[in-house]
Design a protein around this ligand. Structure first.
Ligand code: GLY
Length: 406
């Protein structure tokens, strides 16, 4: 995919201007009054867009009187089981050691219980594993080898999660980009120095060479361009889903293979209760996909639910969480272009919203999926117009030049 620096800069400049005004309103009081109390007249499911194909089976659980967390699991185990979804479960992109490590968490509104697992290897349905932690232990979170052993003890099958396709994409990363990894001061560090943008003309040449290498590695032609992008713009993948029934019972869960090429043991926001997912039976649910590190620091899902408790609409609540992330970068758009985040929000009266940091291009706007008897994708409301660029920054991909940062 070709990133137009000119177009991006135009939109970020507009974003910067509005940001100056919006951040002042971060602590504005509730605009919508008291929290609505009535449950929705029909069940509703909301999910990240990769849940779309599985919404029907989740909705069937709700219409037959099933549990809301079971409905959520019907949705998010879909991408976990799909070897071609390389953001979640089987086929997820591996860490820098070529090992797939998965994270997940869930919350059950009616019982106010929660479960979570992080950095789990060789178990495909970590969403169900987090539910097993919730139901069969006195704990909330298990990690690494302990979580894996618990899973095997509970009867989860041992599975090789690394598909040939994901292994080849890892090889492409290893050969071309592994010297630009996740070590060293990160984007959020004051010590981080954005690379010199003066080599941006090399970007197209690099993409072409990577495409040739992808061919040599045996990556199928129709997937080569996508593979190159996964190396240049390491994705965080992930699916979050929340569901509510006519009784107002609400649950949510999030699952992911996490950030591609991450350092072994890295856990993002997805398994963190309050960051990747949060449910309060009195208020509603929220979940996240995007840069986990940044979401953890604003406790995104919990912040959103608390905002709704104070009377904000789902959209206002989500926008506030996005602005807190921007605030953590002091509104520095040269860095913000590398940060992406989406929130999926469902209030206990059935009001919902999908919000995102960047709108995406006009041809591919950011969407989220909804089922309330009718299954559909809706365009998320964006804080900034334009596309984010993947992390880590590199000179060849360009960023805001000094004169544009003024
Ligand atoms: N949001 C998923 C991750 O950062 O791992």
């Amino acid at each position: 995919m070709k990133v137009s620096r000119r177009g991006f800069i135009a939109t970020t400049a507009a974003g910067s201007a509005s940001l100056a005004l919006d951040l002042k309103g971060q602590d504005k009081p509730a605009t919508t009054g008291a929290l609505p109390g009535n449950p929705p007249k029909k069940p509703i499911i909301i999910s990240a867009h990769n849940g779309y194909n599985y919404l029907d089976r989740g909705y069937a659980v709700l219409t037959s009187g099933g549990d809301t967390l079971d409905a959520v699991m019907q949705v998010i185990t879909g991408p976990e089981d799909d070897p071609n979804d390389d953001s979640v479960g089987l086929g997820g992109l591996p860490n820098e050691d070529c090992v797939v490590q998965l994270d997940a968490c869930c919350m059950h509104g009616p019982t106010r219980m929660a479960g979570a697992v992080a950095a789990v290897e060789e178990i495909k349905n970590v969403s169900l594993l987090s539910k097993a932690v919730m139901e069969h232990t006195g704990h909330v979170m298990l990690v690494g080898a302990g979580a894996q052993k618990f899973g095997f003890d509970m009867g989860f099958p041992r599975i090789n999660l690394l598909t040939e396709r994901s292994r080849k994409v890892w090889l492409l990363w290893k050969e071309t980009m592994s010297n630009k990894d996740w070590w060293g001061p990160g984007l959020a560090s004051p010590k981080y120095v954005l690379p010199d943008a003066s080599h941006s003309e090399l970007y197209e040449e690099r993409i072409q060479k990577m495409g040739e290498l992808a061919a040599k590695l045996g990556i199928e032609p129709e997937f080569r361009a996508a593979a190159v992008q996964r190396v240049l713009r390491p994705p965080t993948g992930t699916i979050n889903c929340s569901a509510i029934n006519e009784k107002g019972e609400i649950s949510g869960a999030t699952t992911t293979s996490g950030l591609a090429w991450k350092i072994s043991g890295r856990a993002g926001d997805s398994p963190i209760i309050g960051a990747g997912c949060y449910v309060d039976q009195d208020v509603g649910a929220a979940g996240a996909t995007g840069n986990g590190e940044e979401n953890i620091k604003v406790c995104g899902a919990h912040t959103i639910v608390e905002n709704m408790r104070r009377g904000m609409s789902p959209q206002e609540a989500g926008m506030d969480a996005l602005k807190r992330i921007v605030r953590n970068f002091n509104g520095d758009m040269a860095k913000m272009q590398y940060v992406d985040m989406s929130y999926y929000i469902l209030r206990k009266d059935g009001a919902y919203a999908g919000v995102c940091m960047w709108s995406g291009g006009p041809e591919h706007p950011r969407t989220f999926s909804v089922h309330d008897g009718t299954k559909r994708n809706e365009v998320a409301v964006a804080l900034f117009q334009g596309k984010s660029i993947g992390w880590p920054p590199m000179p060849e991909r360009g960023h805001l030049a000094p004169e544009q940062k003024k």
